[in-house]
Each structure stands twice: as C-alpha cells, then as structure tokens.
Design a protein around this ligand. Sequence first.
Ligand SMILES: Cc1ncc(COP(=O)(O)O)c(C=O)c1O
Length: 323
Amino acid sequence: MPVISDPAQFNEDDLYVDLRAALELPLFLKCEGFNFAGSIKLKAANEMVAAAERDGLLRPGSVLVESSSGNLGVALSVIAASRGYRFLCVTDSRCNLPTIRLMEALGSQVHVIDEPDVHGGYLGARLSYVRALCASDDRYVWLDQYHNHGNWRAHYRTTAPAIARRFPHLDVLFVGAGTTGTLMGCARFFWQWRRRVRIVAVDSVGSVSFGQAPGPRLIPGLGASVPPALLDESYVDELVRVEESDAVHVCRRLAARGFLFGGSTGTVVSGASQWLARYGRRDLTAVAIAPDLGERYLDTVYREGWPEDALEAERPAEMARLA
Ligand SMILES: Cc1ncc(COP(=O)(O)O)c(C=O)c1O
C-alpha cells in the first residue's frame, strides 16, 4: 500500500481489463485513469514540468500556461497546486464543464476559446491566444505539449516499459492519437525493444492528424485540427479511423458491463475491434490504452441524444464559417 505526500507520486500503471468477458474482444485495456489527475496526462505533465524546472525555465513567480482539451490542464493543475505555481489553462468550448470546474477547484484559472480560427479549428485559436499571452509578459511559461519532447519521453520511460513487462509476448498495441505523445513514446520504445510489436494508431474521422480532411469532432483529447508536430509516421505501422458515433456506442456497451471509460477509450477500443476483426486471428496478444475514465463525460458521451443534438447545435456556426 503506497503512502504519498505529493499527488504526482501515485499512478496505477499495472491495471488491465480483459475485454473478452465484456465485449468478446481479445484485447487487454490498459487503464490510465487511476491517479489524482484522473488521466494518462499526469505522466506527460510530470515529465514536462520536471524538465522545465531542471532547465531553469520554471522559477518561483512563474505562471504556467498551456493549451489543453482538458486532461493535461487537470494534470498541470494538480502539479501546479502541489508545487506552488499559478496555472492558466487555455481550452475551448468542447472541454467538458466538469473538467473546467475541476481545474478551478484545484486553484487554476481557465480561459475558454469559443470561436474557432479562420480554418475552422479551435486548436489554432487556442495556440494564438497562448502565444499572445507569452509575448505580453515573460512570467508566463508555456510547456507546449505539441512540441515538447517530454510529452513522448514520459511514455517511452513509463507507459511502454510497463506494458512490455506485463506482456512480454505482445503482438499489437493500439494507441489513440491526440498530440501523439503517447503514440510516439510507445512506438519509439517498441521499435527498440527486442521483439517487434505492431503499432496501430487510432484517430477520429474529422481529425487532420494523418492527412485526412477536417470535419466536426466532439470527443476531446483524441484527434487534431492542426497536424501534430510530434508525429513521425515512420514509427506507425497502421492507422485506423473511427466515427465518433461508433466510439460512443462502444463506451455505452462497456458502461453496460460496469466499466465507465472516457470517450477516447471508446474510439481506441472501436478501432482495435475493427482491426482485430479484419485481421481475423484470435491468438494475438493485443493491448490498447484507455487514457481516462468516464465521470467527466456524463453530459456528453453518456447522455441520451448526444452527439446528434450537439452536432445539430453546431451546424449554424459551421454554415456561417463556410459562407
Ligand atoms: C482523453 C484523452 N485521450 C487521448 C489523448 C491523447 O493522448 P496524446 O496527447 O498523448 O496523443 C488525450 C490527450 O490529452 C486525452 O486527454
């Protein structure tokens, strides 16, 4: 039983759900939501803050600022609160309300961007805001998860070795792509590991990360409206793209079996299920990464009528942008 004095010291790294019972799927789901930030992003936040402190970028009086769809913001809120930094999270209107409340409860300030940029993306608008802020006052320190190598290194050092220890005969790993920190850290580790593991990236339909056309997306965390700078496709063996409606369907099937996961877990499991069905062999050792749990998605993924009603509500703004 661990005893801790700093919230970042605890992270459950060895919990897997065998999805054969719940979904008749030969897949082990690595659960990353059991820590004080409730998501996999605690690892990236830890690594990036430690590096910034080591490099002398973060000093007493610094104000951390970051663009986040929510989970990194919560993780940085936890770390900022425990180390005495101020933190401003720049997010957008797709961020869940409970996530915003959570950051505020941890003492952070949250700025919500509710207008996409001229290309129709929220991420571009968030990044412009952060850049302007940093130019205005040099106390702001932007870790920049989209370019920070600590983002993927965290998974190279922790997530991937934990999977390799537990599954020495791993054949295939499914990883959702947001900033691609998790994907690149795991891909680089397994590239060098003594056994070749097939790395399958899972992306949302409507995300531009792998060169596809942009489209409406509502599940935060996974997918991007700006190509991810950390992505090196030469490490990725295959790509599976998932409709958000399929991701929601998988989340609700898992919930019906008592497993309440976040929206991006539905995307990754749906992608893995498509891939495994195509591959047709049931004797592979397959693992997928579940970035967070479902409580933050009760008003979205787990609400009857979502995402159809939310997409309907977005349509006038979309039409105005295209006009
Ligand atoms: C819920 C959720 N899923 C998936 C991801 C994707 O992780 P990464 O940014 O490492 O690609 C994130 C990242 O914020 C997330 O919050």
